[in-house]
Design a protein around this ligand. Structure first.
Ligand SMILES: [Zn+2]
Length: 217
């Protein structure tokens, strides 16, 4: 039997849905007995398994393209995922090459580390140009925002920024650094962003049209 989260309410019918992590949510009338609920789930078994698989596939960072090759997002493009005998990860000729025994968790950790290194090299020069000093830089698991700036001027960035083109990453860095000066999205804030990233509208639009990248892994 499936594990599921049961939400009872004044409704009259049973329904089942799958959340973004592949979990089951069952909505049921207040007094309906468990046996009936589980019998219902059993009858929907194929639908549940199929949709759960699809949901998790959509979230997987490694996806098959139309030719059947595996690809992974990196710096704004989908690199082909290849394997080699070595134990390191390499990027060569438009391909991301991983060891034979790679796993999703391994690849995720590597991408997160790359993001950390990128931010460590991108933030200090951008901060110097703006004349601001963040108190800390954190790389987070955030899924709803690419970056944020706390009231104490510590900056948070989603590690999934590694999926974005370098110039978009720079835009997010500049955006958060500008929040050290302006804790809002006022006209003065955007003027400062524009001063340091004249293409910021294009970069914002890229993020808008690639919001699904937030769901990967
Ligand atoms: Zn902002």
């Amino acid at each position: 039997m499936f594990d599921y989260k049961l939400i009872r309410s004044d409704r009259k019918t049973l329904s089942v849905e799958i959340d973004r992590d592949g979990g089951l949510i069952v909505r049921a009338p207040r007094r309906l007995d468990k046996a009936t609920i589980e019998c219902f789930l059993e009858s929907r078994k194929r639908w549940i398994e199929e949709n759960r698989r699809r949901m998790l596939e959509r979230r997987a960072a490694v996806v098959q393209d139309s030719s059947g090759a595996q690809t992974v997002w990196y710096h704004g493009s989908q690199l082909q995922l290849l394997q080699h005998d070595a134990s390191n990860v390499e990027i060569r000729d438009g391909a991301l090459i991983v060891p034979h025994n790679w796993t999703q968790a391994y690849l995720r950790a590597w991408l997160k580390e790359m993001c950390k290194q990128e931010l460590q090299s991108r933030v200090p020069p951008a901060a110097a140009l703006l004349g601001v000093q963040p108190t800390a830089i954190h790389v987070t698991e955030a899924k709803t925002r690419w970056g944020s700036c706390s009231s104490k001027n510590s900056l948070n960035f989603s590690w999934r920024l590694i999926f974005c083109p370098p110039e978009v990453m720079d835009y997010v860095v500049i955006h958060e650094l500008c929040h050290i000066r302006h804790k809002n999205h006022s006209a003065a804030f955007w003027a400062l962003v524009a001063e340091h990233d004249p293409q910021y509208e294009t970069h914002r639009a890229w993020l808008g049209s690639h919001a699904a990248l937030m769901d990967l892994f």
